[in-house]
Design a protein. Structure first.
Length: 588
């Protein structure tokens, strides 16, 4: 037991803790506030407290638990809302009311709920780390696999089927030394240590987000990493929400880390009402929300990122594809900076600690496609997507730069696009994806070579437009040749009719790969037909005024389940009208 000698906001210094270790969880003061030891000097420990420390003073007691900061993993995490250190907020509200009392200690997993456990293993089976003991139908969308914890193997001595609480013994495993290990449905795992796996693979399948600028121009692979930087009001949170709603992953972990409370309220109000497009069930049935908003204790922000990624790794180990959405890593970095300042560490650039880049890398590098532990060779993936909120939208600041060195996809949000009401406001000239080459075989196999050819042609047209804009600003659009005017028109169609997408219109909120392919292909066919007509001397203004041009603009609003006949009709009309113009021009 130690005694507090200093309190500085969330940082507490205590002496007399010679038996404690770095990263141990401690209980501070008479209210037993939760804290974690950051460093040790002899028997003197610096502790970050995850709750409000007002009223705490020198002389108060500190007791170590002897355990590192860990999370409880088991049935009951899905369709739940946690704070940064995995305390269930709905149960805490039921216990203490709207204002959560300090020191409240509620188990992360409900201890009273009964789960129907169906054994897969039987007595006498030899099981190793990660092998499945049995299953629990946690929600209508997800089958929860109860696995042998990492580091344990042996022979199944007994296994109990039927309804059990998470703390009940469901199996007994006898190891090689003859020692019996009683297993429950709960695993505890230190949040700062990555969960083990057999091997890691290069990501080779794209994650379908339903957002056209992402899926077609700047795709992310399942098991990949991405950053969404942008200034205030550019739509970071809406992009994160869209990814959480529509991504074709099995499970979503949404971490609201230091962002405004009303944004998290939108998530909490909206997600329970959303239907999963794959099975029609509520989206919350495969979602875990971690809420650590800007008005909650700053130290818990730092833990919330690790809590989320550890929960994601646990579901990955079952063979699921998991997406971790962190909104935002800038607020997490600010929490690091505050704690580093209170620890009187040597500051790095802009006051951030010198280890900022390595901490960011530790988070993003826990993403990936892996072969899970266990004899059934199942594969799972964790995709990590972090929002970055650079002050004033300046991505030269340390968090943005450190993130760009780590992630392979960069969706740069642009305030000028947001002010022009172009959403998602992802700038196609400054964004990039380094997964293009590894995903190319998948796109080619699914849609043929034309999918990637169209992508490259669209990018080329958009870059040409940016160069032509310089000329237009100097001498006006009338100085351009008809071919350049067509390039400007086609680029405008790609921007407004393809890239621009309305998250609040059902027909446009989500686009399948096939719909994206057909829509872009239609715009590019218009470009090809018009170039051919221009080469034969047809009037440019007549080509831009055909009825099919307006229908192309409205084509993205076609019914997602019946767009192909609509697109076929528009393409046929477009060809007929341009041929009619061509025939008329040749007669003259």
């Amino acid at each position: 037991m130690g005694i507090i000698t200093k309190v500085s906001g969330p940082l507490v210094v205590a002496e007399g803790l010679a038996e404690a270790n770095v990263s141990d969880v401690v209980r501070v003061g008479s209210q037993h506030l939760i804290g974690e030891i950051l460093n040790m000097t002899g028997d003197r420990a610096s502790i970050q407290v995850y709750e409000e420390t007002s009223g705490l003073g020198p002389g108060a007691e500190v007791v170590t638990t002897g355990m590192p900061m860990s999370v409880e993993l088991g049935p009951g995490m899905l369709d739940n809302i946690y704070d940064g250190i995995q305390r269930p907020l709905p149960e805490m509200r039921a216990l203490t009311g709207d204002s959560i009392t300090r020191g409240t200690d509620v188990p992360a997993l409900n201890r009273d709920k009964l789960w129907d456990f169906s054994p897969v293993a039987k007595p006498g089976d030899e099981l190793g780390s990660g092998d499945v003991l049995g299953t629990v139908q946690e929600t209508s969308a997800i089958l929860h696999k109860i696995m042998v914890p990492p580091g344990l193997k042996g022979t199944v001595k007994s296994v109990e089927s039927g309804e059990h609480k998470v703390t009940d013994v469901i199996a007994v495993l006898t190891d090689a030394r003859g020692v019996d290990h009683e297993l429950t449905m709960i695993q505890r795992w230190p949040v700062r240590i990555a969960r083990p796996y057999e091997r890691k693979y290069v990501p080779s399948r794209p994650m379908n987000s339903g957002q056209r600028i992402i899926d077609t121009l700047f795709p992310i692979a399942k098991g990949g990493t991405a950053a969404v930087p942008g200034p205030f009001g550019s739509g970071k949170t809406v992009v994160q929400h869209q990814l959480a709603k529509w991504s074709d992953v099995d499970i979503v972990i949404y971490i609201g880390c230091g962002e405004r409370g009303n944004e998290m309220t939108d998530v909490l109000m909206e997600f329970p009402e959303l239907k999963d497009p794959r099975n029609g069930e509520p989206l919350m049935k495969r979602t875990v929300l971690i809420a650590n908003t800007s008005d909650m204790p700053v130290a818990a922000r730092e833990a919330s990122i690790y809590t989320g990624i550890t929960i994601a790794e646990y579901f990955r180990d079952m063979g699921y594809d998991v997406a971790v959405l962190a909104d935002s890593t800038s607020r997490w970095a600010e929490a690091l900076r505050e704690m580093s300042g209170r620890l009187e560490e040597m500051p790095g650039e802009e006051g951030y600690p010198a280890y900022l880049a390595s901490r960011l890398a530790q988070f993003y590098e826990r993403a990936g496609v892996v072969e899970c532990l266990g004899t059934d060779a199942r594969q799972g993936s964790v995709t990590a997507i972090g929002a970055v909120s650079p002050p004033g939208g300046d991505i030269s600041e340390p968090v943005s730069q450190a993130t760009m060195r780590i992630v392979k996809v960069f969706w740069a949000l642009d305030s000028s696009l947001a002010y022009a009401r172009h959403f998602p406001a992802i700038n196609w000239l400054t964004s990039y994806s380094l997964y293009i080459d590894t995903l190319r075989p998948w796109y080619t196999e699914q849609f043929g070579e034309r999918y990637m050819q169209n992508r490259e042609r669209a990018m080329h047209i958009l870059q040409e437009e940016a160069e032509l804009q310089e000329i237009v600003r100097l001498v006006g659009q009338d100085a351009l040749s008809p071919e350049d005017r067509l390039t400007m028109e086609t680029a405008k169609m790609i921007r407004e009719d393809f890239l621009q997408q309305n998250a609040f219109v059902d027909e446009d909120a989500y686009s399948s790969y096939l719909k994206q392919f057909r829509l872009l292909d239609m715009v590019l066919k218009y470009d090809v037909l018009c170039r051919d007509a221009l080469s034969r001397g047809i009037d440019m203004n007549g080509l831009f005024a055909i009825d099919a041009r307006e229908k192309i603009g409205r084509a993205k609003m076609a019914d997602p389940n019946a767009f192909e006949p609509v697109y076929d009709a528009i393409e046929a009309q477009m060809k007929a009208e341009i041929e009619e113009l061509s025939a008329g021009g040749e007669e003259q």
